[in-house]
Design a protein around this ligand. Structure first.
Ligand SMILES: NC(=O)C1=CN([C@@H]2O[C@H](COP(=O)(O)OP(=O)(O)OC[C@H]3O[C@@H](n4cnc5c(N)ncnc54)[C@H](OP(=O)(O)O)[C@@H]3O)[C@@H](O)[C@H]2O)C=CC1
Ligand SMILES: CC(=O)C(=O)O
Ligand SMILES: [Mg+2]
Length: 554
C-alpha cells in the first residue's frame, strides 16, 4: 500500500541522537545534511532525466520514500516541478498508466465491488482523510475516457492540495471509480488495469455514485469531496444531485469558473475595454465552458446587470457552431441556458463566422482541441478589438489541457496580435522574447488553471468545518484570487500570481472561503471563535490557517 516508512521521512537530516534512538545507525549514510543539500541532490537527479515521464517516476518514488523532501521540493520549486506532477506531464502518465504502474497510490473501486464500498474506504491505511478527489476517468483533461488510468489526476490534484494549500499528505484520499471505459485502446491493452468492459449505462453509473457518496459520508463524515474530470453530463448531474446533501464541489465546473473569473477581472482592467462593453465568445460548451460562463454571469449580475443582460454577453460555440435555440439539434441540458435566440434564424457554423457576427473582445477556449484558435481566428479577434479604439487589447484564453490540446500557443498568440494579447492557458507556456531592432521584448504568459483555487476552496471548507460548499464560497474564491497579486505581478501585467506564489494565494482564498462559509451559515466552528476573528481581523484568521498547514521541515 501507499505506506512509506515514515521513520525515514527526515532523509539524511537525522541528528546523531535520533539515529541512535530510532535504531537507524548504519541504515542511512553517515552524513548529516540540511534540506537545501538534499533538495540539491534531488533536483540534479530530476534535471538529468531525459523525459517528463522519467522525472515523474523519480518524483513519485521520492514521494513514497521521503514525503517531506518531496513536498519541500515541490513547494520551493513549484514552477519547475508542478508541470511534472500535474498538467501537462500527468496527461502522459495517465495515457501510459497501464505500463507505468508499480504500486497502488489510490483507492480503486469498481462497480463490481459496489457492495463493499464501505470496507474499501476503511481499508485506506491513513486515518480520517480530510479531502478526497474522485474521478470515474470518463474525461481526463482533454484526453477523453481513460477509465481507471485517469487515477493520475486525483493523485496529482491531491499532491497540489498539499503543496499549494498545506493539507497534510496523509489526510488526502485519491479515488477512481471504475465503471468500465469507452476507450478501445485500453480495452484492447492486455496490461490495462481496469474492468475490461464497456462503460455501463448512465443510470447504473449514477446508482453506483449514489452508493459511493453515501458510503463516503458515512465512513468519513468530515471529508470534503472534489469531483474531477467526470464527463460533462455526469459532472453537472452529480453536482446538482449532491451539492445540497454532502460537502462537495466540482472542480471543472466551479473551480474553473472561479479561476477564470479571477483572471477575467484582471484582464478587463488591462484591456482598455470597459467591462460593460466586453463581448465574450466561448469555444467549447462542456462542463468547463458552461461552468466558466455561468460564473462570469454571476459576476455581471453582482455588478448590477440583469441576468438576461449578463447572459447576452456570451456566445457559446460547440462542434456544430454557435449554440442557438433553433439550430435544429437536441441541445444537451447544460447548453440550453446559453442558447441564443437573437440569430434571426441564421446559423453560424464556424468560429470565423461567429467572430464576424459578434465582434468579440474576449475569446475563451475550452474545447480539448489543439490549434482551433488559428491565425485567422486570432487576427479577427484582434481586428474586432482594434475597431473599438486605439490601445485596446484582446483577451485570449486557450484553457484546454494538457499542452497538446491547447487551442493555440503563447508564441502564436503574441505574434498574431502584435504583442497586444492578454493571455492565459490551462497548462504552462514559457515566456517569449522577441527581438525588436536593437532590443528584446519579453512577454509573460499566465496559467489560468483551477490549481489557483481548488486547494484554497478545499482548505477553507475543511478549516471552517463547512457542512456544504456554497456558491458564495466558490464566488468568493475568485474575488480573493483576483486580489492576491503583489505589486511586482501587477507591474509585469500579470492577471494571476506567479505559480511560485500559489501557496500565498491559497491562504488568501482559504481565508475568504472560510468567511463566506460563516456568512452562509454552513460553518460549524464555534461562534466564539468567529467573534474573536471579527475582533482581531484577517491577520488573526491568517495566523490560524498558517498554524494548521503542513510546511515540511527536514
Ligand atoms: N484550465 C483549466 O483549469 C481547466 C481546463 N479544462 C479543460 O477544458 C477542456 C474541456 O473540458 P470539458 O468542458 O469538461 O470537456 P467537454 O468534452 O465536455 O467539452 C468540450 C466542448 O468543446 C466542444 N468542442 C470540441 N471540439 C471542438 C471544435 N473543434 N470546435 C468547436 N467546439 C469544439 C465540444 O462540442 P460538442 O458539445 O458539440 O461535443 C464541447 O462543447 C479540457 O481540455 C480540459 O482539460 C477543464 C477544466 C479546468
Ligand atoms: C485542470 C483541469 O481540471 C482539467 O483540465 O480538467
Ligand atoms: Mg479537471
Amino acid at each position: 500500500m501507499a505506506t512509506a516508512d515514515l521513520s525515514y521521512r527526515q532523509g539524511l537530516s537525522f541528528t546523531p541522537e535520533q539515529r541512535i534512538s530510532k535504531n537507524l545507525t548504519g541504515l542511512i549514510p553517515h552524513v548529516m545534511e540540511d534540506s537545501k543539500k538534499q533538495c540539491e541532490r534531488a533536483l540534479k537527479m530530476i534535471r538529468t532525466r531525459q523525459t517528463g515521464i522519467d522525472k515523474y517516476l523519480y518524483l513519485s518514488t521520492l514521494k513514497r520514500e521521503n514525503v517531506d523532501l518531496f513536498y519541500r521540493l515541490l513547494i520551493d520549486h513549484a514552477k519547475e516541478l508542478m508541470p511534472l506532477v500535474y498538467t501537462p506531464t500527468i496527461g502522459d502518465v495517465c495515457l501510459q498508466y497501464s505500463t507505468l504502474y508499480t504500486r497502488p497510490e489510490a483507492l480503486y473501486i469498481s462497480i463490481k465491488q459496489r457492495k463493499s464500498i464501505r470496507t474499501i474506504l476503511r481499508n485506506w491505511p491513513y486515518a480520517n482523510p480530510e479531502i478526497c478527489v474522485v474521478t470515474d476517468g470518463s474525461r481526463i483533461l482533454g484526453l477523453g475516457d481513460l477509465g481507471v488510468n485517469g487515477v493520475g489526476i486525483p493523485i496529482g490534484k491531491l499532491a497540489l492540495y498539499t503543496a499549494a494549500a498545506g493539507i497534510r499528505p496523509e489526510k488526502t484520499l485519491p479515488i477512481v471509480l471504475d465503471c468500465g471505459t469507452a476507450n478501445e485502446t485500453n480495452l484492447k491493452d492486455p496490461l490495462y488495469l481496469g474492468l475490461r468492459a464497456k462503460r455501463v449505462p448512465v443510470p447504473e453509473q449514477q446508482a453506483f455514485m449514489d452508493e459511493f457518496m453515501e458510503a463516503a459520508a458515512d465512513v468519513y463524515p468530515d471529508m470534503v469531496v472534489q469531483f474531477e474530470d467526470f464527463e460533462s453530463e455526469k459532472a453537472f448531474n452529480y453536482l446538482d444531485r449532491y451539492r445540497n446533501k454532502y460537502k462537495c464541489f466540482n472542480d471543472d465546473i466551479q473551480g474553473t469558473g472561479a479561476v477564470v473569473l479571477a483572471g477575467y477581472i484582471g484582464a478587463v482592467n488591462l484591456s482598455g475595454v470597459p467591462i460593460e462593453e466586453q463581448r465574450l465568445v466561448f469555444m467549447g460548451a462542456g462542463s468547463a465552458g458552461v461552468g466558466v460562463a455561468k460564473q462570469l454571469v454571476e459576476y455581471y449580475t453582482k455588478r448590477g446587470l440583469s441576468e438576461q443582460a449578463a447572459k447576452d454577453k456570451f456566445w457559446l460555440v460547440d462542434t456544430k457552431g454557435l449554440v442557438t435555440k433553433d439550430r435544429g439539434d437536441k441541445l444537451a441540458d447544460h447548453k440550453k441556458y446559453f442558447a441564443r435566440t437573437d440569430n434571426n434564424g441564421h446559423q453560424f457554423r464556424t468560429l470565423e463566422e461567429v467572430i464576424e457576427y459578434v465582434k468579440p473582445t474576449a475569446l475563451v477556449g475550452l474545447t480539448a482541441t489543439f490549434g482551433v484558435f488559428t491565425e485567422s481566428v486570432v487576427r479577427a479577434l484582434k481586428a474586432s478589438v482594434d475597431a473599438g479604439g486605439l490601445g485596446r487589447r484582446p483577451i485570449l484564453f486557450p484553457l484546454s489541457n494538457p499542452l497538446s490540446k491547447a487551442e493555440c500557443t503563447f508564441e502564436q498568440a503574441v505574434t498574431w496580435t502584435d504583442g497586444t494579447v492578454i493571455f492565459a492557458s490551462g497548462s504552462p507556456f514559457s515566456q517569449f522574447t522577441v527581438k525588436v531592432s536593437d532590443h528584446a521584448v519579453t512577454y509573460y504568459p499566465n496559467q489560468g488553471n483551477n490549481v489557483y483555487v481548488f486547494p484554497g476552496i478545499g482548505l477553507g471548507a475543511i478549516l471552517a468545518k463547512a457542512s456544504r460548499v456554497t456558491d458564495n464560497m466558490i464566488y468568493t474564491s475568485a474575488a480573493a484570487l483576483a486580489g492576491s497579486l503583489n505589486a511586482d505581478e501587477i507591474h509585469k501585467g500579470l492577471i494571476y500570481p506567479r505559480i511560485e506564489r500559489v501557496r500565498d494565494a491559497s491562504i488568501i482564498v482559504a481565508r475568504e472561503v472560510m468567511k463566506a462559509a460563516r456568512r452562509d451559515g454552513v460553518s460549524q466552528l464555534a461562534e466564539e471563535q468567529w467573534l474573536e476573528w471579527e475582533e482581531w481581523g484577517d491577520l488573526a484568521l491568517d495566523k490560524y490557517i498558517k498554524a494548521r498547514i503542513y510546511d515540511p521541515q527536514l
